[in-house]
Design a protein around this ligand. Structure first.
Ligand SMILES: [Fe+2]
Length: 594
């Protein structure tokens, strides 16, 4: 993506037809997202750049390759406007294998999960991995790490001094996922990151679920350009009327597209050109079964959006929102040659993918072998925390026998946790979880060797009748989270992760039922996407067998440390009231036996 005088001269000559194209795509029908037209046109590519559209006869030379697009539509490579690829548990290499054949050639990402476990050194390794893949990543520097309020523990604290440095990097395209609460609380680090962004003329990407009225105004006055989290279409409308670009999220666990798109289909079709798509968190299983951004195009069309408009949402609109439209998002001279061959705009099935001017995928598969790099110790998955015992997961109180009134975090949807007060038995100074009332223990253990923090609280909604499950992949801190009906099984689950360098595990009756190793930083794997998807299914099945009927039991669990989600969370510093932005004591009252 770097331009210099030498390659600019070459491109100018290629654009003028003075040197022949490397590749021409002939006989296709162009979906022109800039002019909102669909018409017959050929495309000439010089190395990785589009140099002409229309009649390209004069651009061919003896060495020019030809791609025949007869009967196909030419669509710009799709852009996922906001994604933590790590949450799929796929390394960048595996993620590219999964999504590029679906037509996704660019993602906008903070790569923040890698940063939280391996800092800038790990990030640089990931940049190298990206450069060797057919997937482009437009990186936004996380506004700070950790994202939590109050501050939890991660391997690397991203602060305003780090921003002063990294915002100069060529990989940096903005400030990533600036959470509203930090802006509202006038956090010095967050405002320092924004100050740098203004200096460097970089856009500030937002994260403001349920920001309305004065809260929204205050947030916008900090200079945030776009948002990707709205719970309903009225929220979308208000944000758009107040000048924001909207990135509609349809993730594996939160399905907002159908509701959010009503802002366009019911309120005002003119909103359409400032709406784009993201998946935020997506599972390998979903990508394999449903597709990626291509699926969001199909979903939007099914909701009544015109096909060309839906394609704009997945391409040029994202590019404009993120100010990367000089590079990607359209098929026009000077842009990177990311071009899809699609069966029709209406049915939108991607038949072939050209990335950086090279045909890389056909019939839903990469057409060459892509290998993961050798990992250095920076991205190893050593969990730097002490082994646990059963007693680590027993909630001790100053009462021998009786009852405790307890605040349990009750999961309503993947991104909503409400207060549920329950009465639990106290025996031998321990507050017992209660499977009849669906109350389990949940704990987060710091795993970067920084302070040995360990929290313990109560949760509800998972319905495990026995056993435990644990994960070292748990955005955004990626400390170990463990949940269970049995303290001994919780300890076994955590110790298994420590012994095996991270992953996800389901245990019961003192035995490991399923385990998925995540050797890349304890959060991702280089396994093939199909293999990860299969192993995900086994983990879900194991959790289901223990009684959990949630669609994604481990994903619902591993979102618990995110404090930007209402109303409760848990991090290594304790259970968190996300409205008051402080830790709380889950024991509301202790009553002695009479
Ligand atoms: Fe996000």
């Amino acid at each position: 993506m770097q331009k210099n005088i030498t390659n600019l001269k070459q491109l100018i000559r290629a654009g003028r037809g003075l040197i022949p194209a490397s590749t021409v795509i002939l006989n296709g029908t162009l979906v022109n997202v800039m002019s909102s037209e669909i018409y017959k046109a050929d495309v000439a590519i010089y190395e990785d750049t589009i140099v002409a559209i229309g009649d390209v006869q004069d651009y061919t030379g003896p060495e020019t390759k030809t791609i025949d697009a007869s009967g196909k539509y030419l669509v710009p490579g799709l852009i996922d406007g906001h994604i933590h690829s790590e949450c799929s548990k796929l390394s960048i290499t595996s993620f590219a294998k999964a999504v590029v054949p679906c037509g996704t050639t660019s993602i906008v990402s903070g790569l923040d999960e890698y940063i939280s476990v391996s800092g800038l050194e790990g990030l640089k390794e990931v940049f190298e991995e990206i450069n060797a893949s057919p997937l482009k990543v437009f990186w936004g520097a996380p506004y700070r790490t950790p994202y939590t309020f109050p501050q939890s523990t991660v391997a690397f604290n991203f602060n305003k001094e780090v921003h002063a440095k990294v915002q100069q990097w060529p990989e940096c395209f903005g400030v990533w996922e600036t959470v509203r609460e930090y802006v509202q609380e006038e956090d010095e680090e967050t405002l320092g990151a924004i100050e740098q962004a203004f200096k460097n003329r970089l856009p500030v990407f937002g994260c403001a679920p349920m920001a309305r009225g004065k809260d929204l105004n205050g947030y916008l006055c900090a200079g945030v350009r776009l948002d990707h989290e709205s719970y309903d279409h009225e929220e979308v409308v208000e944000k758009m009327r107040n000048g924001m670009h909207m990135v509609i999220r349809e993730s594996s666990v939160t399905h907002f597209l159908k509701e959010n798109i009503r802002a366009v289909t019911e309120v005002n079709p003119a909103f359409a050109r400032r709406v784009s798509f993201c998946t935020d968190d997506v599972t390998a299983t979903d990508v394999i079964e449903k597709g990626h951004v291509d699926n969001l195009v199909r979903l939007a069309i099914a909701e009544g959006v015109a096909p060309l408009t839906a394609i704009q949402m997945a391409t040029i609109n994202s590019a404009e929102a993120y100010r990367i439209d000089h590079l990607v998002g359209s098929i026009s001279p000077g842009k990177i040659a990311d071009i899809l061959l699609v069966d029709s705009p209406e049915t939108f099935h991607v038949n072939a993918v050209i990335s950086n001017g090279r045909l890389v995928a056909e019939n839903s598969k990469l057409n060459y072998k892509l290998f993961a790099p050798t990992r250095s110790s920076v991205l190893s998955s050593e969990l730097k925390c002490a082994k646990t015992t059963k007693s680590d997961f027993e909630y001790r109180v100053d009462l021998e026998n009786g009852q405790a009134k307890v605040l349990a975090m009750n999961v309503i949807g993947p991104f909503v946790r409400k207060r549920r007060d329950v009465i639990l038995e106290v025996e031998d100074f321990i507050v017992r979880p209660d499977i009849e009332q669906d109350v389990l223990m949940v704990s987060v253990l710091e795993r970067f060797g920084r302070n040995g923090n360990k929290s313990l609280a109560f949760c509800s909604g998972w319905k495990l009748k026995k056993g435990a499950m644990a994960s070292s992949a748990a955005p955004d801190d990626n400390n170990i989270i463990v949940m269970g009906a049995d303290a001994a099984d919780m300890s076994l689950a955590v110790n298994h992760l420590i012994e095996n360098g991270g992953g996800q595990v389901v245990v019961a009756d003192g035995k490991i039922i399923e385990f998925l190793s995540l050797p890349v930083g304890g959060i991702a794997s280089d396994l093939e996407p199909e293999e990860i998807a299969y192993r995900e299914t086994l983990l879900t099945k194991a959790a289901n067998q223990l009684g959990c009927d949630l669609p994604e039991p481990l994903m619902y669990m591993f979102f618990l440390p995110i404090t930007a989600i209402p109303d409760y969370a848990i991090t290594d510093v304790g259970p968190v009231d996300c409205i008051a932005l402080e830790t709380f004591d889950p024991i509301l009252e202790l009553v002695k036996d009479k």
